[in-house]
Design a binder for this molecule. Structure first.
Ligand SMILES: *Cc1c(COP(=O)(O)O)cnc(C)c1O
Length: 358
């Protein structure tokens, strides 16, 4: 069997949840578990994050799975109902939904659910992705308040630049100006806002990436915020090559040996979710020592510089990312973000996952 596997550390999850609570001690935590918990496994992540007050997911089937596994927390569908039949199931199972479009209110009125539904009313304050315009919120709130099918209402928005230079000021001002907003619970902060903007914490916070131990800021790592990496991606060396000076390794011959050197061939490639755009020089660990990739990442393999590891050979252990090499560092080298790398591993559907409890 191929050695590549992803291991998940439950203790890191609980530690990261504690970090969220220390940043925003007065807010309830709605842990974001979309995309199979950012590639970490929905149910295992929920178990490790059991102290959260709520879980949010994308699809109804994910929410049902959580209920079937006995989770009693608030559950929220982040994009709400896609089809009217979903209203009925949410009502029966006590699953809450974002309402971001008038059609979703029509669905509720058509279905007339027996038990009224908890909703998060989403306001578009400048992200321009989902949500009602602030000027329309007053009227929508009246409709929802009068509806016998709606239970509790939380008002939410989402920031486009909490991790960037622009920041949250204009969106937050727009949100705070909504008429009558103070009587509702509010939910606006993603990880970047939890870390950087305490004025956004309100009654709920919605952390995603920080729970997984990675940084929401592309110029920082999880370490900078005392977050612990939950996923370790490990494999082994399956072959060794010796390159003479000026010989190359891999497709396109993009790496040429500056001197005679040994190169390890690692069982991990872009089909597993490792970024193809990771250039020569991307850090990784062999036998616990930090070294770097060389050459272009192949579909099932990549190449590592063993110049500083004379004892490494076939079977030597490789950490692609984890505690020694942070996913944030691999992401930065590859011009992407930790989010994408973490999700890609489980999306590839070919990396076995292993859970370490305690
Ligand atoms: C994904 C998501 C979050 C979490 O964002 P992070 O940057 O991972 O903390 C919060 N809210 C919404 C609506 C999201 O889609």
């Amino acid at each position: 069997m191929r050695a590549l596997k992803a291991s998940f550390h439950s203790a890191a999850f609980s530690s990261n949840l504690k970090r969220v609570k220390s940043y925003s001690p007065n807010s309830k935590v709605m842990a974001v578990l979309k995309a199979n918990a950012y590639g970490h496994g929905l149910i295992e992540a929920a178990r490790a994050l059991n102290d959260a007050d709520g879980f949010s997911v994308l699809t109804l089937s994910e929410a049902i799975e959580l209920r079937e596994h006995g989770f009693t927390q608030h559950l929220l569908l982040l994009e709400g109902f896609f089809k009217p039949y979903e209203v009925k199931i949410c009502s029966l199972m006590g699953i809450g939904a974002v309402i971001h479009h008038a059609q979703q209110i029509d669905y509720i009125n058509q279905v007339k659910p027996v038990k009224p539904i908890d909703v998060h009313l989403k306001v578009n304050t400048g992200m321009n992705r989902l949500g009602f315009m602030p000027k329309d919120v007053d009227l929508i709130l009246k409709q929802l308040e009068e509806s016998p099918y709606i239970n509790k209402i939380v008002i939410m928005t989402h920031f486009s630049d909490a991790d960037g230079e622009k920041g949250v000021a204009s969106q937050l001002a727009c949100f705070n100006e909504i008429k009558g907003i103070d009587i509702y619970e509010r939910s606006v902060a993603n990880s970047a806002a939890i870390i950087k903007y305490p004025e956004t914490h309100f009654e709920w916070v919605r952390p995603g990436i920080m729970l997984y131990g990675a940084s929401p800021f592309d110029d920082k790592t999880g370490n900078d915020f005392q977050l612990k990496p939950v996923m370790s991606l490990r494999s082994e060396i399956i072959a060794i090559q010796t390159l003479e000076e000026s010989q190359s390794v891999g497709y396109g011959s993009v790496f040429t040996a500056p001197h005679k050197m040994t190169v390890g061939i690692v069982a991990c490639g872009y089909a597993d979710g490792y970024p193809r755009h990771a250039p020569s020089g991307t850090p990784l660990m062999v036998d616990g020592v930090i070294t770097q990739t060389v050459g272009r990442v192949s579909m099932d393999m990549l190449y590592v510089d063993l110049s500083s590891l004379p004892n490494a050979g076939v079977g030597s252990s490789v950490e692609l990312w984890g505690k020694g090499v942070l996913v944030d560092e691999v992401a930065r080298q590859s011009h992407t973000v930790g989010y994408e790398l973490l999700c890609a591993i489980s999306a590839s559907n070919r990396v076995p996952m292993e859970y370490q409890h305690g």
